[in-house]
Write a protein that binds this ligand. Structure first.
Ligand code: GZL
Length: 347
């Protein structure tokens, strides 16, 4: 009986204690999970031996940006030996800073940053450096006094892109016999503070400054978006009735600007009243170059993921890397854009 009772007694204890113990185990396990915010602790099994890369992408404002993101996701796959943690900051620098701090907390192996603007990064980049995590800039650059705060940049030479636009306009006007005529120009600028916008503005302005007869009537930010490009171009058209050239710092703003110009009753392109100079050379814009709607498109190559992976592989093997790597870029006009080039454009 005693034994039985003991058993009964035990079973009663078990019946009471066991659920309590189970409850405590679940709570502790779960609670621990809550404390460490499970989503921030990616599961990377040791035997995978993957390189963990935290990518802070600035947003998804344009077709170009989408292609840039896709190039990252295509490069940093498990098959290629990576574990990718990707964050889209939706155009906000504070979101990028938060993401970088999360990456540091998760002890990633590398941080890739496409900075929405070029200033305000010293503190968080110092935190990454103190944590011993190399930072690679993607696409755009940062303005920091201490260049050791990032290991390398894989991107585009936006000042050279701006210069290319100016040199093209020089040649175009010369061919038209208009080198000495007064030329009225308006500029749709990308995101305020973005190195791509600053570089293209500086590059074009340097060439424009060599021509007293080039009048830059106004330059306004239009955030690299279709909507804002149309809005700002409409304002320009209300203010000025003698615009000869639009310099639009990306194709998305160009699409909006062309819509506004046509709605105003004016014409664009090689046979139009207003000459269109654009940047990026995305698929749909190249089709407009081929048909003569856009006069020239200065290419900006978003396929940077594979180049960044190459830099990481060099670092992993202990090799020195360059501070800056610029991707290949061309300039497209009606004369050199072919259907093959357009068909081959995957963005
Ligand atoms: C250029 C890149 C710019 C593109 C835009 O390097 O930063 O941002 O020109 C994109 O299309 O939004």
């Amino acid at each position: 009986m005693k034994k039985y009772m003991a058993n009964v007694h035990m079973s009663r204890i078990t019946m009471v204690l066991l659920p309590a113990i189970l409850f405590m185990m679940v709570m502790m396990g779960w609670g621990f999970g809550l404390l460490t915010n499970i989503e921030e602790e990616p599961y990377i099994s040791e035997e995978d031996n993957l390189i963990v890369v935290g990518v802070s992408q600035l947003g998804s404002e344009s077709g170009w940006r989408t292609a840039n993101t896709e190039s990252v996701q295509k490069a940093f796959t498990k098959q290629n030996g990576y574990f990718l943690i990707f964050n889209n900051a939706r155009q906000k620098q504070e979101n990028q800073i938060k993401a970088i701090r999360n990456f540091i907390a998760q002890r990633v192996d590398y941080i890739v940053l496409a900075p929405v603007v070029e200033s305000g990064w010293e503190t968080v980049l110092q935190e990454a450096k103190d944590a011993g995590i190399p930072v690679i800039m993607m696409d755009r650059s940062v303005d920091v006094a201490d260049q050791s705060l990032y290991t390398a940049l894989v991107g585009t030479d936006s000042v050279e892109e701006g210069r290319k636009a100016g040199r093209w306009l020089e040649e175009y006007l010369a061919k038209k016999g208009k080198s000495d005529e007064d030329i009225n120009i308006v500029v749709l600028k990308g995101t305020e503070g973005a190195s791509a916008q600053i570089g293209r503005t500086v590059g074009f302005s340097v060439v424009a400054g060599e021509h007293d007869n080039w009048n830059i009537l106004e330059q306004e930010y239009a955030d690299f978006t279709i909507y804002k490009g149309k809005e700002v171009m409409s304002e320009f058209l209300e203010k000025y009735d003698d615009i000869d050239v639009v310099v639009s710092q990306n194709d998305d703003m160009t699409f909006g600007a062309i819509e506004a110009i046509r709605e105003s009753g004016k014409t664009v392109g090689v046979n139009g009243e207003i000459t269109i100079i654009s940047f990026d050379a995305v698929h749909d814009a190249l089709e407009m170059v081929a048909e003569g709607t856009i006069n020239v498109d200065i290419e900006c190559n978003p396929h940077q993921g594979e180049y960044i992976s190459d830099v990481i592989r060099l670092l992993e093997s202990g090799q020195e890397v360059e501070k800056r790597y610029y991707v290949e870029e061309d300039i497209f006009t009606m004369e050199n854009v072919t259907q093959d080039i357009i068909n081959g454009r995957d963005y």
